[in-house]
Design a protein around this ligand. Sequence first.
Ligand code: HPA
Length: 274
Amino acid sequence: MPFTMEQYQESAAFLRTRLGEFRPKIAMVLGSGLGSLGDEVEHPIFVDYRDIPHFKASTAPGHKGRLVFGTLEGQAVAVMQGRMHHYEGYSYEEVTYALRVLRLLGCETLIVTNAAGCVNTAWQAGDLMLITDQIKLFSESPLRGENLPQFGVRFPDASHLYTPRLQELARQTAAELGIQLREGVYFYCYGPQYETPAEIRAARILGGDAVGMSTAPEVIVAGHCGMEVLGITLLSNMAAGILDQPLSEQEVLEAAGAAREKFSGLIRACLRKM
Ligand code: HPA
């Protein structure tokens, strides 16, 4: 069943009762193993997803399933510690529900992060990648169904889903910190099985540099409702078939742990400049 405007409003109204005067400006979605930045939020107000009307719980490993409101580097943020994925059995509308609620609360910007497989063979596991664009060709849109014009138009432009100004900000920030930041296209695969080597070859031919099971639906919805987006990927592993070894969730979470400081440092420094 599609969500109604009333349901989005109800969730937002509930959160307003928990937030008092506080209003977030920047929504942050933290991906697999990258949620620890949410623990660094100052004056935090925690709200479990399961307490919010119409929210779904996140069941994925490395995902806590709560919102953290507060300040980070002087910015009023709403951090999603854990996100919903299509492979958990949720519809794309459910996967992106929280984003629209955060938009109603006043968020104008989305910082989205994820762990993903590295498709580009010139790069290495452990590298960070600025997402410049995305490919989500083989599954339906989160905007399918009746359009809610309060959020955006029926046929939204998707030429600049990842805001050029924020890309430039991240580029400059990484350079200042001496962090190597790759740049490329996020190729969405819905999982939960990792891709086959043939699928990775196909993704490469189609123009993908990283492959992952999240982010693209959320960014479509964020773009639809007029949010600016900055996307950063941790390339947690070489994608299937590149190295002669099986892929595992363990490897992904370990890589996320190892990159935590570099990753948090970059996001924090970007926040300072936003
Ligand atoms: N494929 C898809 N999703 C992922 C991967 C991968 O190799 N690594 C982390 N998330």
